[in-house]
Structure formats: C-alpha cells, structure tokens
Design a protein around this ligand. Structure first.
Ligand SMILES: [Zn+2]
Length: 714
C-alpha cells in the first residue's frame, strides 16, 4: 500500500480489530444474515477479507495506491465490495475511513493447512486403493424523462436453483439518483421484482445491474421501470450460456488431481506425462531461468525498535552468506577510529571512541563504513527511525535469508511447457493454456494439468479426443511463477508476485519481506503502467508492482517467448483465481476519460463472446457452476483495469485470441441468500472441483480452435 513500511511494522500489542457488521439499511435486496458476521484480525495478522467500502472514491484510492485487490465482487445492492489481502492494522485504517469488513475469506495459514489436509487425504485414499474425491426501447408515458434498454437479460438453473440476471442502461446517465426496478414473471405464474444498482467505473456511468437473483422457475418476462418514469419494453430473458458441449463418451477419463501441487510436484508431473505419452508430448524448457527460490541474507544490527542498522548480503543466502555473522565492538581504548574487518565469516565493526574512551559512532557512520569497505559483499542501511542515533555495541548476529522451504531447490528454475499433439510441427492451429502467474493461485495449475492429462489419457481410448490432437497443437505452462509459488507454499500463503526484490533503500527492510516481488501480470508491454495505463504500481511493495520496466522479469519473458516462437498459436487462456470470471481484451484503460485499449472489431467481439458461451457451457457441465453473464466480457468492463497484463500482450502484439479465467466462482448459499467467495486456497474439495470444471472449459477451447481453423480453411 502507499505507506507499507508503517503498515508492515510489527505490532507491539495484539489489539484485535473487531467489527460487527451493521445490518444494511432499508431498500436493500439481499436478506440480511441471521447472525451478523464478526471479522476479527490481530494487528499483524494478514488475511483475505471481503470489505464493503465507503464509496467509489475509496476503491479508486486503493487501486491507485496499488492495494492487493484480489477480487472486486459485485454486491447485491449497489454497495461497493472489495476482497483485499491486508493486515489487521491496514484493516483498522480502512475501517476508520468508513469501510466495513464482511467476511474473512481466508486467513494466513489456511492454505498451509488445506495443503497438508489435501496430502493426507490423498495418501489415505491411495492407501485405501481409492481414486480422487467426488467432487429496449421505451414505451413510456409522456412524463418519462429517461429511456431504458436491457443490455442483458439472462436466466439459468444451477444445482436446482433458477437465477435471473439483468443489466439495464438508462439514458439519464448523469443522474446518480435514478432508481431502476426490474419486475419478472416466471413460467409458473409467479411474479416479483428486484432493484438494480448504478455501476460506475473510473467515474463513468456504465449501466445498472444486480447480482443473479433466485426465482422459482424460468422467467418468461422482465420489465424495467425507472424513478424518472422510464419503462422498458418487456423482454424475454435468454437462457445463459445456451451452449452445451458434446456429451462425454462412456469411459471418458478424468480426475487426475488429488492434492495441491507444489512446483516440484508439477515438475515431476511434467516428467511423468512426457515419459508416459512419448508419442504425443514434447517438453519445452523456456529460455529464461528464474532467480530461484532465493533471497539475500539479512540481519538487524541492533534493536529495530531502538537503534539499528540493517546489514544485507550482496549474494544470496544459499551462496555462502547464510550464517555469516556481524557485530559491533567497543575497542576499549581512547581515540580509536571507526573500522570494519571481515574475517572467518564474521563482519566486525569496531566503533570509534573519544579521548575519554567513550564510543562515539552513529548508526549512519556504521552503515557508511560497511558500504565503503565491503560494497561487493554487504550493503547496509539505517533502520527507519534510527538515523543519527548512537550505535550500540551488538553481540554477533547471524545473517539469514529467512526462507522456510528447506527442501526446495534454490537453483534458478527452468520453467517448462508441455507441447501436446500428434503433429508437433506447427502445422496445426495452436492453443496455449498457462497458469499461476500469481503464486498464491494454487488451484490454477491443477486446472491446466488436469486438462493436459485428460487430452493425453483419452487420446488412447476416445476417438474424438484423438481427432482433436490430430487437428490441433496444445501448449501448457502449468506454473509460470515457480519461485513465488514456492514462497507461497513454504513462507507466506498470500504471495502473489515473483521472488525478485527490486526495492532499494529502506524498502529492503526485512519487515517488508512478504511485500517484495513483481506482479507478473502487470509486467507486459501493451497498455502498461509505463505507458500510463491504470491498474499497476511503481511502488516495489505494492501488490500490483509493474517491475522496473516492461518485461523486466524472466517469467513474463518466457510467456512471450513461447507465444512468439510458435506462431501457430491463435488461442490462449491465462488461468487465474478466484471469483468466476471469463474475460478478454481490452484489459486496461487510461484514467483520464477511461480510454481503453482498442476494442476488438464487431466480428472478433462476436467470436470472443460466442466462444466464451461455449466454454462457460462446458464449465457448467461438471458441477453446475455457471459463470455469470455480468462477469463474462472484456477485463476492463467486468473486473478492473490491469495495466500490462499478458492477455493484452498476446492479443495486441501477436494477434492471439487471448482470454483470462478467474476460476473459483462464488458459491450460492441458500441458507443466507448470499453469494460467498472461495479464496485462493480453499479446502481441497473445492480446488478439486475447480480443476475439473475449468479443465472441461479448456477442452472446449481446443474445440473452438479446431472449428475456427476449419472455418478459415472452408
Ligand atoms: Zn491472478
């Protein structure tokens, strides 16, 4: 966030932020939960929290500051929600500014626990010989001063419950007080109504909308009315997505995922698939090795709460620097100069003394002498708040990289892609699926690996799958960001970025260790932060830090390299979690006037939407999950502006039809009448369900590509 050093400061007292949700005021559509949820977070605890913001300005401010905005769920009633990764201190600040915490989606440590549970359950199933778990135009009166038009009116049934969702535009775009109500009539004769709420983005009116609303049976008519007297034509809602994939043949093989997978597990899975399906798979080592699961070694020389200098190794901790000691000593004699020596892995700073033998060195002088004498080995800086203070005598302290994953390789990582197909020579249309740009999105490599293995296993037994692999080539990068993923599994569940620390000066304070790294999906060249687009940050501690320049990171260069090298790739899916979105370009706009990257042509927009409906239909085939029509569309319209994201890179630079999934749709809770978020690392059963349904979506994407290629030839 904007003042991360302060926010990250260790809590001196574990004061609980405890907020009781007040019931929403009258005029809201959602039934209030029977018991108001309590959101309690210790000052220094980090969690993923669904928050109701004070107003749009507060959301804009958070985005501008580069807050770790995980999701922007739509409320049922026009309130402004955000899912944020924050500490108790940050939450208290936000609350003091008028925000209301609604739900702790995930606490730090939940992921670790869910990972361990998934492994235990998997081992137990293996031991028991079991497989993975089941898992308009107006017709208004003369008095009307606005006209209303339905932009969307859709219905669907999911797990026995029918929903209707609508978007309506009023011509009174500048009047923030227009109220719009939608009345519905169902096939069984039942009627009802619900309010819509004004949706603005970047200060511009977009439309009025509501979350999906449960109805007793298929809605046959909806009509919108406004407080200004506008009345829409009655509209018959269309069924969403109205696309059904071919039925799975008997004996279709799936369910190849039975636990969360670390990067090491993924590497082993890639190797196994290549061995098992030699005739159908090549493994591509992508050209840019990552930094590796490594950090410099660091120690506080002194007490950071009193007076301290931060001493950091230049090389990584695993390069012989973990365990190096540093100390200050009183020379015990008068009139000694400040000196520094390094011998036998001990850096000793002998402090200066005056004529009476009293120590006179300051923190700044100690940092300076270390930097002057050993710049190739150490860098030192004064802890914030310690400037100019007398330097204490400090017994030896050990430098350490702080990494907890002791079993993890520290070597630079070779990111790998699977190349799958009967003809792996570029002669067939190519499809790319890549996942885990964001480290904490643990369900996403499960999706892409389930997809890869489905294609391979069924090619042996299902003629239709075999035919698809004759007609297409499939590229899969299961984990784009293995270093960050390792950090997420072993050190900090909520790690989003990679492990490269570009911070300088006091931002390198180890108190900020969980905030370093580059947001890879903001590091690309199109519509980037560096070009003035919204939704990324130049603050190295921000959740959406764009890096030191376009493509500054090995991980993002790898994605581009693969797509450039294989110019038969015409379709791509960037798999993220969570929230239940299906999106495509444009993914970014400039704030002033909300000028987006160029819109796709009408033909291309139709291809994006028609294909999306097919893929949404395939996702729903698995366990009834329907991605909302309101969350299916261009990124900039349905989620937020994401400057420098990879889908825009692939689309605008390379002409690839590039989509984004946000797997992990909100789940309808009939008991509370609320849609509930699932988070990044849900209990494994949920992650497993996501892997199955979104793998089905990717299979449908391959069919879309095949049909596209056939139409081009035809
Ligand atoms: Zn993501």
């Amino acid at each position: 966030m904007i003042v991360p050093r302060r926010w990250a400061a260790a809590a001196t007292a574990a004061i609980l932020v405890s907020v009781v949700l007040s019931h929403p005021g009258s005029g809201t559509a959602a039934p209030a939960p029977a018991t108001p949820p309590r959101v309690a977070l210790a000052d220094d605890e980090t969690a993923l929290v669904r928050v109701q913001l004070r107003d749009q300005a507060q959301l804009d401010q958070l985005v501008a500051r580069g807050a770790d905005l995980a999701n922007r769920p739509r409320s049922a009633d026009g309130r402004i929600f955000a899912d944020l990764v924050l500490t108790g201190v940050q939450l208290a600040e936000l609350t003091a500014q008028g925000a209301t915490p609604l739900q702790v989606v995930q606490r730090a440590g939940d992921g670790e626990r869910h990972f361990a549970e998934s492994l235990r359950a998997s081992q137990a199933r293996t031991a028991a010989g079991l497989r993975a778990p089941a898992a308009g135009q107006r017709t208004a009166s003369a008095a009307a001063v606005d006209t209303l038009q339905f932009l969307q009116a859709y219905w669907w049934t999911s797990n026995g419950q029918t929903f209707v969702q609508t978007q309506v535009a009023t011509t009174a775009t500048d009047d923030p007080d227009v109220e719009i109500t939608v009345s519905w009539r169902a096939a069984d004769g039942a009627t009802g109504s619900f309010p819509l709420f004004r949706f603005e983005d970047s200060g511009e009116y977009q439309y009025h909308y509501a979350q999906p609303v449960p109805v007793p049976s298929r809605p046959v008519q909806v009509t919108a009315t406004s407080s200004l007297g506008g009345v829409s034509r009655p509209v018959t809602p269309a069924v969403w997505p109205n696309a059904t994939p071919p039925p799975l043949p008997e004996g279709y093989q799936k369910d190849f995922i039975d636990a969360y997978l670390t990067p090491t597990d993924i590497q082993a899975r890639i190797k196994r698939l290549a061995r098992q399906y030699r005739d159908l798979v090549d493994v591509i080592d992508l050209p840019n090795k990552t930094q590796g699961y490594r950090r410099t070694a660091v120690a506080y020389l002194g007490d950071p709460a009193a007076a301290a200098v931060v001493v950091e190794s230049v090389r990584f901790g695993d390069q012989g620097m973990n365990g190096v000691q540093v100390r200050t000593v009183d020379p015990g004699r008068a009139n000694r100069p400040l000196t520094a020596t390094y011998r036998d892995r001990v850096l000793t700073v002998s402090l200066a003394t005056d004529g009476a033998g009293k120590v006179t060195s300051s923190t700044d002088q100690v940092a300076a002498v270390i930097n002057a004498r050993f710049a190739n080995r150490f860098q030192a800086f004064v802890e914030q708040g310690s400037a100019g203070l007398p330097m204490p005598v400090v017994a030896p302290v050990r430098l350490d990289d702080g990494l907890q994953g002791t079993e993890v390789s520290t070597k630079p990582w070779t990111v790998q892609a699977l190349r799958i197909g009967v003809h792996r020579d570029g002669s067939r249309i190519g499809v790319l699926a890549y996942s885990q740009e964001h480290a904490r999105e643990w369900a996403t490599p499960l999706v892409t690996l389930e997809f890869a293995e489905r294609m391979l296993a069924n090619s042996r037994t299902d003629p239709a799958t075999r035919e698809l692999l004759e007609q297409t080539e499939i590229f899969v990068i299961p984990t784009v960001n293995p270093d960050g993923a390792n950090y997420s599994f072993h050190d900090f569940d909520f790690q989003r970025k990679n492990l490269v620390n570009h911070c300088t000066g006091v931002s390198r304070d180890p108190a900020n260790r969980d905030s370093w790294g580059v947001d890879l999906n903001r590091n690309y060249t199109v519509g980037s932060h560096f070009d003035g687009y919204v939704g990324a940050s130049s603050n190295c501690l921000s959740g959406s830090y764009a890096g030191t320049g376009e493509l500054s990171e090995a991980e993002s260069r790898n994605v581009v390299a693969l797509a450039r090298e294989h110019d038969n790739i015409r379709f791509a899916m960037n798999v993220h979690s969570y929230g239940g979105y299906f999106m495509w370009p444009p993914g970014a706009y400039k704030a002033d006037g909300r000028v987006t990257l160029p819109r796709p042509s009408i033909d291309e927009s139709k291809l994006f939407l028609d294909s999306a409906r097919r893929i949404v239909g395939a996702i729903a085939q698995e366990r009834g999950t329907v991605t909302w029509p309101s969350q299916t569309g261009p990124v900039a319209d349905v989620l937020y502006s994401a400057a420098g994201n990879s889908a825009d890179e692939l689309y605008y630079e390379l002409g690839i039809f590039a989509w984004d999934f946000e797997v992990g749709n909100d789940r309808w809770n009939p008991a509370t009448g609320q849609w509930e978020g699932v988070g990044f690392q849900p209990p494994f059963d949920e992650a497993h369900g996501e892997s199955q349904e979104y793998a089905g979506g990717l299979v449908e994407m391959v069919r879309v590509a095949r049909d596209y290629a056939a139409a081009q030839e035809g």
